[in-house]
Design a protein around this ligand. Structure first.
Ligand code: 5AD
Ligand code: SF4
Length: 476
């Protein structure tokens, strides 16, 4: 765990107010602790994407300033927050399932505070369901006012009545929230929020609002502070990083931004996600090629192979355009590792359309892919499209897609066998405590034997075995 060095610099009135409230809550907590000896604990459950994971880091930062400590399990916590995702239905189902269990915890401990936030809360039906069926939830907030959590907690503590604060859109970008990183040596940095693309299957633009970019100087300052605090690798986050800067008064492109980030002394690796093929410029390919710190790996979702389906998805590129782009990137940046997202079973998808998806997979030879069965999201245009694909057809296609992907990913992995690669050592292996894990520049996971003092270091390993989803290596 790592705290930022200057945790609460304030750049807006809103943040200033929260800082004051954090201080008051901290005082109250210290008094309770002095009187009763009891330390308060929090537990945050995070669902969904890296954006949510990073939001949770900010919540953790604020909670630790308030004086809470992280609990390893829910049962021990005084304050539980569920940071939710609604991109696919199963993410929502998981949350509802867990909410039942929380009721049981609250029955045992009436002082337990339960909060829900994140993307699910931005949907009116969900909010109504939680209000009426899950009355044990005490605090509800959304994606646009995460930074107000201390104030909402304070209101709850004062009134002991359910606090609900959901905004329909963002008001301002609040800079410099405190944040607790999972790793000392790597960090995520938001460069923009929201999305303007309205892919017809996707709920994100409705729950995370319109696209807005942070100013380059704020981003660079944050990264410089992180590097001064020991960070060596950063992940620049946005729903569509390739359109970064378009909403700023002083226009700046994403390529220009990463060239500036590349100049930061002490930083070793730059990653970014997610890229939309329609906005990926030649300027960015050149910047990726020229900048030594930018990892030669790129997540470039294609979603579907058929031009007809891409049109219905409102992706604004054709099959041929995607293939041309992927091949251009592979030509310009040799050995680049391309990964992607793929949806099967979008409304109207025929066997022939699905064959186009398989064709892209075969032609591009991805190093990895996240694959999804289309999930109907109420409020999106695709939800009311005719010709919804039956579940068994989608499942069959999904399995077929795995069959085609697996040998390709294995082959990409095996091409690294015998090579000596630099990895950033990240952690102890989850399955075997004798092993450490690290990541190559291409994003491949490597397990190797070593001492935990290496965590956070760059070392060279020779790849001795290559499996589909990970590599085994030996330190050299
Ligand atoms: N159904 C299935 N997958 C979806 N994604 C987004 N919305 C849906 C949906 N309704 C996938 C896309 C996106 C990834 C984050 O989630 O592939 O790139
Ligand atoms: Fe959703 Fe499309 Fe925006 Fe990605 S680009 S967040 S898939 S609408």
């Amino acid at each position: 765990m790592s705290k930022r060095p200057t945790p609460c610099i304030v750049t807006s009135e809103e943040a200033l107010r929260q800082e004051e409230i954090i201080k008051q809550l901290r005082n109250d907590n210290d008094l309770i602790k002095a009187r009763t000896g009891k330390q308060k604990y929090y537990y945050i459950s995070t669902f969904g994407c890296q954006m949510n994971a990073h939001d949770s880091e900010k919540l953790e930062g604020m909670l630790e300033q308030i004086g809470y400590m992280k609990a390893e399990e829910e049962e021990k916590a005084d304050f539980i927050i569920y940071n939710t995702c609604c991109v696919r239905e199963n993410a929502e189902q998981k949350v509802y399932g867990k909410l039942g269990y929380l009721k049981h915890l609250k029955d045992k401990n009436e002082d337990l505070i339960i909060a829900m936030c994140g993307c699910m809360m931005q949907q009116e039906e969900v909010l109504n369901t939680i209000r009426t069926k899950y009355k044990h939830v005490d605090i509800i907030f959304g994606t646009f006012n995460l930074y107000k959590m201390p104030e909402l907690l304070q209101t709850y503590l004062e009134t002991k009545r359910t606090v609900i604060d959901i905004w329909k859109e963002h008001k301002e970008i609040v800079e410099d929230l405190p944040s607790i990183r999972k790793h000392k040596f790597k960090a995520s940095v938001n460069i923009m929020y929201g999305c303007n693309n309205f892919c017809t299957y996707c709920i994100v633009p409705y729950v995370r609002g319109r696209e807005r970019s942070r100013k380059p100087e704020d981003i660079l300052k944050e990264i410089e502070d992180l590097v001064a605090d020991g960070v060596k690798e950063i992940m620049l986050l946005g729903q569509n990083v390739n359109s970064y800067g378009k909403t700023l008064e002083d226009k700046v492109t994403f390529a220009q931004l990463i060239r500036k980030v590349n100049e930061i002394e002490g930083l070793k690796r730059i990653r970014f996600m997610t890229s939309h093929p329609k906005d990926l410029s030649d300027e960015l390919i050149e910047a990726m090629r020229d900048c030594d710190k930018v990892c030669k790996s790129l997540h470039l979702p294609f979603q579907a192979g058929s031009t007809k389906i891409l049109k219905a998805m409102n992706r604004r590129y054709t099959k041929e355009q995607y293939l041309d782009l992927a091949k251009k990137i592979q030509r310009e940046i040799p050995n680049i590792a391309l990964t992607t997202d793929i949806i099967v079973g979008f409304p109207g998808e025929t066997e022939e359309d699905f064959e186009d998806t398989l064709d892209i997979v075969r032609q591009v030879q991805f190093s990895g892919a996240y694959t999804f069965i289309y999930s109907k999201r109420t409020g999106t245009p695709a939800a009311v499209m005719e010709e919804q694909v039956p579940e068994e057809v989608s499942s069959r296609r999904f399995n077929k897609l795995q069959e085609v992907l697996r040998p390709i990913i294995t082959e990409k992995s095996q091409a690294l066998h015998g090579k000596t690669l630099e990895i950033l050592v990240e952690d102890l292996s989850k399955n075997d405590e004798k092993l450490l894990t690290g990541r190559t520049e291409s994003g491949h996971l490597v397990h190797f034997e070593g001492d935990s003092s290496l965590i956070g270091e760059f070392i060279n390993v020779e790849i001795t075995e290559a499996k589909t989803y990970y590599l085994i290596g030996q330190r050299v």
